[in-house]
Design a protein around this ligand. Structure first.
Ligand code: ADP
Length: 367
């Protein structure tokens, strides 16, 4: 049985704004779930409804099989970590960690043991006498996480906990939070707008847009089988290239280059879309640049003009004008074609995606 069930959850704010629409999700005990989407899509609102910080306008929230809509935040057995660390500036790390337990009247020696063990998990043992202002951003965020895990709750809710950290600290804390999750085994819901965080941390990702769930799935599912153009364009770094095209006389016309779609789509699909607009998708990392005259098998050739080359260290992003469609190719770091030169590349049939231009939904292709 699901540990946490969100059934037809809606949020309509007092000003009438409908922020979350029919949110349905079952979360298993111990799962690490990430809500991801652009700013304003309803991630925090949904998290806050689970926490009991916002009331649920419509729908049912079940925690461990029991309806929790009317329960207060404390009764729900959840702990929340916010973007702002919300530490008490005048208290030491020890007191910040101990505060919740002290309020509950827990014995001093029990508190001491729990603070000691949480500090050990988080690598804070040497900092217990320091004040928040004497810590780095990453250390402060660890104290904030520690304040949540010390309460030994069953559900952790984290709202963009890494957004105040610099890029390097974010990468470190990302793996630390994943490890803490592995150690505590607590069901975790984590909100972020960063698809890399979602992809690296989640057991399952919930992609949201404008208050609606777009897709729920493992990182692998979302990367290889996005249900629509929004998910395809959101997941991946850089995201999937999406190029407007058309099915004409059984051929797929990609920027005036006719391609035989029967290599990757069924005949019935091609017939259904005859004369219609579709969107052709391929991932930047799926292409092979034409080098040394060798032609990869089961691929088709496209050409374009190099507009910009970005060397990122482990790879190069090549921005290309492909007959007025802007696409990005991911290549090896040593590949560095000059701007304004022509480039030829191959797209494997097995890496081709099609979307319905009207509905933006995926069109089934052979895999
Ligand atoms: P996210 O976390 O995905 O950035 P939020 O859940 O914070 O998005 O907000 C979702 C939408 O609800 C936004 O358009 C936001 O402006 C709106 N919103 C948030 N809080 C309120 C409120 N108290 N009253 C009215 N609208 C709100």
């Amino acid at each position: 049985m699901a540990y946490l069930t969100l059934h037809g959850i809606n949020k309509i704010y007092p000003n009438g704004f409908h922020a979350v629409h029919d949110f349905n999700l079952e979360i298993n005990k111990g799962e690490f779930i990430v809500f991801v989407g652009s700013s304003g899509c309803g991630k925090s609102t949904t998290l806050r409804m689970i926490a009991g910080l916002e009331n649920i306008s419509k729908g049912d929230l079940l925690i461990d099989g029991e309806r929790a809509n009317e329960k207060g935040p404390r009764e729900r057995g959840v702990a929340m970590v916010f973007q702002s660390y919300a530490l008490y500036p005048h208290m030491t790390v020890y007191d910040n960690l101990a505060f919740g337990l002290t309020l509950q009247g827990v014995d001093d020696d029990v508190i001491d043991r729990r603070v000691g063990s949480v500090a050990k998990i988080l690598g804070l043992s040497d900092y217990l006498e320091r004040f928040p202002r004497e810590l780095s951003g990453g250390q402060r965020q660890r104290v904030a996480v520690g304040r949540a895990i010390i309460r030994k709750v069953n559900i952790f809710l984290m709202d963009e906990p890494l957004s105040n950290l610099d890029a390097k600290q974010r990468v470190t804390m990302r793996s630390e939070i994943t490890q803490i999750h592995r150690q505590t085994g607590a069901t975790t819901i984590y909100v972020t707008h960063d698809q890399t965080e979602a992809m690296t941390m989640a057991d399952r990702i919930v992609v949201m847009k404008a208050g609606y769930i777009q897709q729920v799935g493992t990182p692998y599912d979302l990367y290889f089988d996005p249900v629509n153009m929004f998910v395809a364009g959101f997941i991946g770094e850089p995201p999937m290239n999406l190029v407007e095209s058309r099915v004409e006389n059984g051929m797929l016309d990609i920027t005036n280059n006719p391609i035989d779609p029967s290599k990757f789509a069924d005949k019935s699909v091609i017939e259904e879309y005859e004369g219609k607009e579709v969107v052709f998708g391929f991932r930047p990392e799926a292409v092979k640049l034409a080098e040394d005259g060798c032609e990869p098998a089961d691929s088709f050739k496209m050409t374009g003009k190099v507009e910009l080359v970005e060397l990122l260290g482990d790879n190069t992003n090549i921005y290309i004008d492909m007959y007025d469609a802007n696409v990005i190719l991911k290549a090896a770091p040593h590949v560095s074609p000059a701007p304004d030169t022509g480039v030829e590349f191959y797209i494997p049939y097995e890496s081709c995606y099609l979307f319905d231009k009207q509905t933006e939904k995926k069109i089934k292709v052979k895999r």
